[in-house]
Design a protein around this ligand. Structure first.
Ligand code: ADP
Length: 352
């Protein structure tokens, strides 16, 4: 839930938390597991985990939540705390610059407390090493002094539950990963689930909205509740300026057209990458840096902001020879794919 600066922060379809969201998100967060929409398997598993911990009368096992931004990792951590009726301490990997910062947090926890460590893959190595002992034996060794005279004083910690969140589970070291009793992976949401998220948020915001407007917004939300809630707010603004009491389908389409979010959720950057690939490089293959120059963006922006969504949705593919547009990509920009263009179903495995 860290606030991302820079380029992607200005995009309406940015899945990271932006300044625009930070006030409202808290109000829209589901507070109980029952209100948490979708992710049925994860919800069920967490339900069992919590019931068992309650029965034992002890803190739940350490939990690792992985998945792309905006899918509900922070929300789940807060739900865990409220379901267990325990306090929660929230911090993140990049906020901990020294092992001492983490030791101070750990030693001030109370029995049963949840420590939510967002972006745990960005924890500095000495802090990570300190965490091993804390997770396993509820102990930290405080080193006093320097050099040969240094001594380690063991400090017993209360039993706490670590909830780690990561968008990059692959970057976690195995000693850290192995110390979690339970790992849950959150997946992108179905359109019908996003429609439930939007209806729920609309009612919390006191908005009247018709079902067609709800499904229009859901279809453009890139499988991500955070984006769904943001698009709903922009559509609401549009309807309010128009002076309508109820948000209708044409408000949703007009507002989202104004914000340049198309019917599949592509924004201006995504479309310009796809168009450049098709119009200037005949659908590829083309190297990433050449493609980035063609759209006047940094390579990093194209690779980390536009490409993951385009690849995940089958509009473009990464091949060992470069980026190529798929048949779906050609069709999406209103072009007929040349013979031999790969379709969504025979997309080669990504090379990176
Ligand atoms: P993450 O920590 O994975 O980046 P968050 O937990 O901060 O994501 O979720 C972003 C926003 O999306 C929350 O404020 C919440 O309103 C909404 N949200 C996420 N998951 C759900 C869900 N399953 N049901 C309803 N709303 C959700």
């Amino acid at each position: 839930m860290n606030i991302e600066p820079g380029n992607s922060g200005e995009r309406i379809v940015n899945p990271d938390l932006t300044n625009d969201d930070s006030g409202i998100e808290h109000a829209l967060r589901p507070k109980t597991l029952k209100d948490f929409i979708g992710q049925h398997r994860v919800r069920e598993q967490i339900d069992v985990l919590l019931s068992a911990a309650r029965k034992r009368g002890s803190a739940a096992d350490h939990i690792l939540l992985s998945g792309p931004p905006g899918l509900g990792k922070t929300t789940l951590a807060m739900i865990l705390a409220s379901e267990m009726q325990t306090p929660i301490r929230i911090t993140s990997g990049p906020a901990i610059t020294h092992a001492g910062d983490l030791a101070a947090i750990l030693s001030s926890l109370v029995e049963g407390e949840i420590l939510f460590l967002d972006e745990i893959h960005r924890l500095p190595r000495p802090a990570e090493e300190l965490l091993y002992l804390a997770m396993e034996d509820f102990r930290v060794d405080i080193v006093v002094g320097k050099g040969p005279g240094a001594t380690a004083i063991p400090l017993q910690l209360p039993h706490f539950t670590l909830v780690g969140a990561t968008t990059r589970a692959g970057l976690l070291t195995s000693p850290l990963r192995d110390r979690f009793g339970f790992t849950a992976h959150l997946d992108f949401y179905e359109e019908s689930e996003l429609a439930q998220v939007i209806s729920r948020s609309a009612s919390l915001l006191g908005l009247e909205i018709d079902v067609k407007a709800v499904s229009e917004i859901a279809g453009r939300s890139r499988g991500t509740p955070r984006i769904a809630n943001r698009l709903l707010r922009r559509v609401r603004d549009y309807a309010q300026v128009r002076g309508s009491e109820k948000i209708i389908h044409s408000d949703a389409t007009a507002a989202l057209q104004m914000y340049e979010v198309d019917e599949k959720g592509l924004d201006r950057l995504d479309r310009s990458v796809l168009l450049a690939l098709i119009e200037r490089f005949a659908g590829g293959p083309v190297g990433l840096s050449t493609l980035a120059i063609a759209v006047g963006e940094e390579t990093e922006t194209v690779e980390s902001v536009a490409e993951p969504f385009l690849v995940r949705n089958g509009f473009m593919a990464r091949t060992p020879r470069g980026r190529i547009a798929t048949a779906l990509g050609w069709q999406h920009v209103g072009r007929t794919p040349p013979a031999g263009t790969i379709s969504l179903f025979d997309t080669p495995a990504p090379d990176a």
